[in-house]
Design a protein around this ligand. Structure first.
Ligand code: GLY
Ligand code: MN
Ligand code: MN
Length: 428
């Protein structure tokens, strides 16, 4: 763990809010993610399950969190199971959390070894009527891989078929979108690290550099600042590559006259930041590139001002589409008369701006959300309009991370250069 752990008051408060959503006599079980294999004896870097993390702060594999507010034994109202450690294990596998450290990190008094789970849990099932289990219900999740939660669901339902089963995911997508001040601090820290990386690359980019060399500059800066690295696969797309929305090869040479689209955010302490900037390889935009750039910037600013409590996500996206439409007409890319006749369900602007404007951001880059819930203070969303003109080998997207408050939106990336003139000046 490279980051400074968050104070356990975050997790204590999160659990207090969580239990309000359980039915009486309910036990909830959260499993950590697996340590994923690669080949032979190789493993991927461990990435904790975000729901377990949100409620406990325990960033270690083979952990289980059990919450049972009506347990007869008060010690069993919150239980953490962690991988057994000992002096011998510490020599061979490296230090794992002691029970005391697990309590310190989570604020949970009762800690057992994971090997004791079955026996303890069996006792709890004799008192519980409802068992809440977890599943990845993210709208865009497409995972063919079985998680520990998936495996536990199967074994639990086979062993205890007569209990009432309930879903944890609807509760978690109600709680997680509202960020507390400790979480906002973490996201801000991730944004600040991203800023350092971006300022570094402005001095580095010149004709002839390879996209992966820019990636390396960013990775260096991120790691130097206690980040584990990129919060998601970075997109470093010069010229036409910027029109390929999920371009992640990052293996081409950056050519004079092209613009590079950089969608590159650092993570910090498992929280994501999500930035997109576009910079000219030669240090100066052409008049046409600047024209498109400024159109996207105006859309971004208009969209940001719409991030206020009470607005529905879909209504917001429709309004942003109208602003974008006007800009595309101004750029000569859409015809006013054609737009007047367009099918409102399939607006013409989608030819140049074909993705969403915003998504929630937090422990996940595309954080969990309730799509039909109006915006509220405490939500953090990205704002990321783009215009992709394949015939001009030009893709411009600008993306900042914004906190919604009752006193207007707060741009967590306001210090990251975005004006075309400022970017040119910093590259000079
Ligand atoms: N970097 C992923 C996104 O912008 O949604
Ligand atoms: Mn994004
Ligand atoms: Mn992005």
């Amino acid at each position: 763990m490279k980051y400074t752990p968050i104070k356990n008051e975050l997790y204590i408060t999160n659990r207090k809010n969580f239990v309000k959503h359980l039915k009486p006599k309910s036990v909830a079980v959260f499993n950590s993610n697996d340590q994923m294999p690669t080949n032979a004896d190789g493993t991927m870097p461990f990435r904790q399950n975000n729901d377990l993390l949100y409620l406990s702060g325990i960033d270690q594999e083979e952990s289980i969190l059990v919450i049972f507010p009506d347990a007869i034994n008060p010690k069993h109202r919150e239980i953490l199971f962690v991988k057994e450690t000992s002096d011998l294990i510490a020599i061979w596998e490296g230090a794992k959390l002691t029970k005391e450290q697990a309590t310190q990190q989570s604020g949970i008094e009762t800690v057992y070894w994971t090997s004791q789970f079955e026996q303890i849990f069996h006792g709890l099932t004799t008192e519980a009527e409802h068992i809440y289990l977890n599943q990845n219900e993210h709208l865009r999740a497409s995972s063919p891989v079985e998680t520990r939660d998936d495996r536990f669901r199967k074994s639990c339902q086979a062993k205890y078929p007569l209990h009432e089963y309930e879903r944890l995911a609807p509760i978690m997508r109600k709680l997680r979108p509202i960020k507390s001040s400790l979480e906002i601090d973490m996201i801000q820290q991730a944004c600040n690290i991203t800023e350092k990386g971006f300022r570094r690359l402005l001095k580095f980019v010149k004709p002839g550099v390879m996209e992966y060399e820019i990636e390396a500059e960013l990775a260096h800066e991120f790691l130097m600042n206690r980040s584990r690295g990129f919060a998601y696969e970075p997109i470093i797309a010069s010229g036409f590559n910027a029109c390929v929305l999920h371009y992640v090869e990052n293996n081409k040479e950056c050519k004079a006259g092209d613009v590079i689209l950089l969608d590159v955010g650092a993570e910090y302490g498992n929280y994501a930041s999500d930035l997109t900037r576009c910079v000219p390889v030669s240090g100066k935009f052409t008049p046409r590139q600047k024209e498109v750039y400024n159109a996207v910037l105006r859309v971004m600013r208009a969209a940001t001002s719409m991030l206020v409590p009470g607005t529905l996500h879909d209504e917001y996206h429709t309004k942003v589409g109208e602003v974008m439409e006007a800009e595309l007409i101004g750029l000569g890319l859409l015809d006013k008369n054609e737009v007047a006749k367009q099918d409102p369900k399939n607006p013409l602007y989608k030819k140049y701006f074909m993705h969403g404007t915003s998504h929630h951001l937090g422990l996940d880059v595309h954080d969990v959300e309730e799509r039909n819930r109006p915006f509220e203070a405490g939500m953090v969303l990205t704002v990321e309009p783009g215009i992709y003109i394949r015939e001009e080998n030009l893709g411009i997207r600008l993306e900042n991370d914004v906190l919604i408050t009752n006193n207007g939106p707060i741009d967590l990336m306001k210090n990251i250069p975005i004006e075309a003139d400022e970017i040119e000046a910093l590259m000079a």
